[in-house]
Design a protein around this ligand. Sequence first.
Ligand code: ADP
Ligand code: ADP
Ligand code: ZN
Length: 218
Amino acid sequence: MNLILLGPPGAGKGTQAARLESLYGLKQLSTGDMLRAAVASGSALGQEVKGIMERGELVSDAIIVRMIADRITAPDCKDGFILDGFPRTVGQAEALDRMLAEKGLKLDHVIELKVDDSALVARISGRFSCAKCGAGYHDTNRRPRKDGVCDACGGTEFVRRKDDNAETVATRLKAYHAQTAPLLPYYQGRGALKSVDGMAAIDDVAQALDKIIGKGGK
Ligand code: ADP
Ligand code: ADP
Ligand code: ZN
């Protein structure tokens, strides 16, 4: 099964994609994670995108499309993938359509996590993750079961993203409304779009997703 999770920064895409990956064996493909890995490695690509990401602007379609093209047919995607943070522009969505047609793949669901702008700043400024395994947490909404210890791997070091500050969030939200929101009518027009109330608690959002993808039994 192949899914797209759409929604503004902080909507909960990564949180839900990680759960779907571990429960159902779908591969989470996060363009943000791929770009952060490139920046951390100091590669030419990383150097090219570092400043853009720190400012909260979008990386060019050409770079992003190239990055995704090899991933969706990699062996770890054989049971399906979850696109998290891609596509983010109509140009990327059109490139994805061409890519899927060429590879004989299809999208099963495009799911929008609907969250008010007013909630996003608090979500993003409270976000942190395990330095060892990447598990995601929040200062108030999702704390580790034992303070200072990762639930998933027992790690004790945590990191915060450099772009998760109020100033950059404003730029990212603007980019979302101007460049990504037009994807909603793009997918709605073909009857592929489903919306979920992303303001609900994490477990309730998870249940709503299970219902859409027909995995309600687990
Ligand atoms: P969030 O989860 O908060 O929405 P991401 O981790 O998806 O943020 O993205 C972080 C940054 O990486 C973005 O602000 C942007 O600079 C870049 N980025 C990630 N995915 C894309 C994409 N599909 N197109 C353009 N830029 C992207
Ligand atoms: P995205 O990948 O869409 O940018 P994340 O999944 O990283 O968003 O979530 C942003 C922050 O909000 C994280 O700290 C996460 O723990 C928290 N969060 C995610 N979903 C919810 C929710 N439904 N209610 C409250 N907090 C949430
Ligand atoms: Zn961990």
